[in-house]
Design a protein around this ligand. Structure first.
Ligand SMILES: Cc1cc2nc3c(=O)[nH]c(=O)nc-3n(C[C@H](O)[C@H](O)[C@H](O)COP(=O)(O)O)c2cc1C
Length: 387
């Protein structure tokens, strides 16, 4: 893995997306790209972040910009991380492995999803104990205990609990495609796979994507049509305060609650004893008429920023977006789809390329603003642009 890799053919995430789309079967690309219902939320997220404006201060003394941010006792090299994305192996074989290694080597957080195609143990090893783990609260208390024990034994430093999936989003693309894991061998799907020979060959080499972390809890040879019921029983546990208390009791390390928009939920997270929240609408995959996270972020960080760390994701695509989110008061940012587009487009080098590209773009904004450290960014926000 060349850690300086940057391919000038793909300076933007939009370029990576176009290339990824050409190389993935369309049912896999649709799963990655889609929002829910009419997909209004995808636009809502982009419009909100694009409306934020920043102001330089060109004549103040300036030496250099540091991109570093300290979180939970570790200094990261950039203020963004890789959000948990389930079933990444469906979109491109070995995506979680590629991204976990790239993130560890370039010193940014990679968050492994509960429903990943890689096992939590293998990712802990590849990331040399640096990856974070994302948990959907299991309905079954024994599975909860078992999973958290495995997370602890694999030495994950941080636990992220996602609370914004109390229902399965109504995603037209996936319904139309009859998406299932592993993919059903319908004529349509087989044609799509054959149309993408590199994806097909690499998938054949590594084996069909399965939910490796959850596999020990699945009945042997479970028919595909029982998967939805298994998921309901396994990962759709309560996410209200009472439902989350057992997790806080079991997990002694830093705890992050992901998927909040409402101030009341931030207050509940503080009362739970969480260390951080991710203001997020799950990349517009759950509530099509939801608010873009960038809107409540400003008030939430002002009101609660001294009591709890405030992170944000959903719709960020470039350096100016990351800078804008931090200027609005976020302590850290996450991006989901862009890194998977990167791997879809460029395979093994896709993670490093996307991280390097975002870092360069972000650094240019910092230097243009004349910002020495990430914590100075809010001084450059045009506050009226977020109201
Ligand atoms: C295909 C896909 C799968 C996802 N799976 C998960 C998941 O398993 N757990 C989770 O907490 N969030 C999941 N998310 C949400 C992301 O963590 C993140 O909130 C979102 O992607 C951010 O928006 P962005 O893709 O516009 O950057 C998923 C998102 C996508 C696009």
């Amino acid at each position: 893995m060349d850690l300086n890799y940057f391919n000038p053919k793909y300076p933007s995430v939009a370029d990576l997306k176009v290339a990824a789309k050409k190389r993935m079967p369309s049912f896999a690309f649709d799963y990655l790209e889609g929002g829910c219902n009419q997909e209004v939320g995808l636009q809502t997220n982009r419009k909100a972040i694009e409306s934020v404006q920043l102001r330089s201060e060109l004549m103040k003394p300036f030496s250099s910009s540091s991109l570093e941010v300290e979180l939970f006792g570790h200094t990261y090299s950039a203020p963004f991380g890789i959000a948990p994305v389930g079933l990444q192996g469906l979109m491109w074989p070995k995506t979680p492995e590629i991204l976990a290694e790239s993130a560890a080597k370039l010193n940014i957080p990679f968050v492994l999803s509960t429903v990943s195609s890689a096992s939590l143990e293998s990712i802990a090893e590849i990331s040399e104990g640096k990856a974070w783990f994302q948990l959907y609260n299991p309905t079954d208390a024994d599975i909860r205990k078992s999973l958290l024990k495995r997370v602890e034994q694999a030495h994950y430093p941080v636990l992220v609990v996602t609370v914004d999936v109390p229902t399965f989003g109504f995603r037209h693309r996936d319904i139309r495609n009859g998406l299932s894991i592993p993919p059903k061998m319908t004529i349509k799907n087989v044609i799509q796979m054959l149309a993408n020979p590199t994806w097909l060959l690499e998938t054949a080499l590594v084996g069909k994507p399965e939910m490796q972390t959850l596999k020990p809890y699945m009945p042997k040879n479970m028919p595909v049509d029982q998967l939805a019921e298994f998921m309901n029983n396994t990962v759709m546990g309560r996410v209200d305060l009472e439902g989350l208390k057992p997790i806080r009791d079991l997990w002694k390390g830093p705890l992050i609650i992901k998927g909040l928009i409402n101030e009341k939920d931030v207050e509940a997270s503080i009362s739970l004893g969480a260390d951080a929240v991710v203001i997020s609408n799950h990349g517009a995959r759950q509530l099509d008429r939801g608010e873009a996270p960038i809107k409540p972020l400003f008030n939430i960080s002002k009101k609660y920023g001294k009591q709890i760390k405030v992170f944000v994701d959903s719709g960020l695509r470039n350096g100016p977006d990351i800078a804008s989110a931090l200027a609005c008061g976020a302590d850290f940012t996450f991006l989901g789809r862009p890194f998977v587009y990167g791997v879809g487009a460029l395979g093994k080098q896709g993670g490093v390329h996307t991280i390097n590209s975002l870092s360069s773009q972000f650094e240019q904004v910092m230097r243009q603003l004349r910002c020495h450290s990430v914590s100075e960014l809010p001084q450059h926000l045009i506050v009226d642009s977020v109201k």
